[in-house]
Design a protein around this ligand. Structure first.
Ligand SMILES: NC(=O)c1ccc[n+]([C@@H]2O[C@H](COP(=O)([O-])OP(=O)(O)OC[C@H]3O[C@@H](n4cnc5c(N)ncnc54)[C@H](OP(=O)(O)O)[C@@H]3O)[C@@H](O)[C@H]2O)c1
Length: 234
């Protein structure tokens, strides 16, 4: 039977590249995003292109109830979850003292609670099998403050903190935890920004690094990955 990877925010950008990279290695994919039609298209395309199964459920990972339902959907497959990629995230620029009221709350919901509750929902499968690998999509904004980073940076620092705590807690279960910290990566998030593609990381490069980090033996763990555009941060 194929191995199984769970990817949140799988229809576009980095999540899409990650799902495709694992599918190309014959992993079946459990995927979510909010847009139902995009998800159906994603399922059809990946299944046809890679000959794997895609189990897709429309889910807003900012919403705890929906995350719980998605976890149940994945567990109901009754198969070991080999890899979980907590990728779905939310970005709006803004300085902490100027951003709208509620910005911090929605950023924490979208970028921290999403990964926290998804991991809690799925962990029983990994603990039972004493095997698994969790990737949290952090950011350069998890380690470096910059003007207008605002609540996004606060939430991504918190996601890195969550990753470090998980790493310590899950060692004994033989579950690996990796925090991925990409710099500017060319996805729709950057639409309208007038810079050449060469100033950005390719989503496929982030996906390749994740796949390689997973592919080493489970005696070792890549705890943190920092990946930047070759010309540096923008
Ligand atoms: N791009 C960068 O420069 C960069 C750098 C560092 C870190 N990151 C992080 O990488 C992750 C992916 O970013 P990206 O640039 O690839 O984004 P993207 O191109 O905008 O794609 C986001 C994907 O996630 C889904 N999604 C968004 N919000 C969601 C939600 N609340 N619930 C479920 N699915 C959701 C989207 O589909 P729907 O809209 O249909 O939900 C889409 O499939 C984020 O966590 C981001 O913070 C990005």
């Amino acid at each position: 039977m194929h191995k199984l990877v769970v990817v949140t925010g799988a229809t576009k950008g980095i999540g899409r590249a990650v799902a495709e990279r694992f599918a190309s290695a014959k992993f079946d994919v459990v995927a979510c995003a909010r847009n139902y039609n995009d998800l159906q298209l994603f399922k059809d395309e990946i299944e046809k292109k890679y000959g794997v199964s895609v189990f897709a459920k429309s889910t807003d990972t900012s919403d705890k109830k929906q995350v719980e339902e998605f976890s149940k959907f994945a567990l109901a497959l009754n198969r070991p979850i080999d890899v979980l990629v907590n990728n779905a995230g939310y970005f709006t620029p803004g300085a902490t003292m100027e951003e709208p009221d509620g910005a911090l709350e929605s950023m924490i919901e979208g970028n921290v609670y999403s990964a926290y509750y998804m991991t809690r929902g799925l962990i029983e499968s990994m603990e039972k099998n004493k095997s698994g690998h969790i990737f949290n999509m952090c950011s350069i904004a998890s380690i470096k403050a910059y003007p207008n980073g605002g609540s996004y940076a606060i939430s991504k620092f918190a996601l890195l903190g969550f990753s470090k705590v998980l790493r310590e807690e899950l060692k004994e279960f033989n579950i690996r935890v990796t925090a991925v910290m990409p710099g500017a990566t060319k996805t729709q998030s950057w639409d309208g920004v007038d810079l050449p593609d060469t100033r950005f990381i390719k989503p496929e490069d982030v996906a390749e690094v994740i796949f390689n980090a997973h592919s080493i033996s489970d005696r070792s763990v890549v705890e943190e990955v920092i990946i930047r555009p070759q010309l540096g941060d923008i």
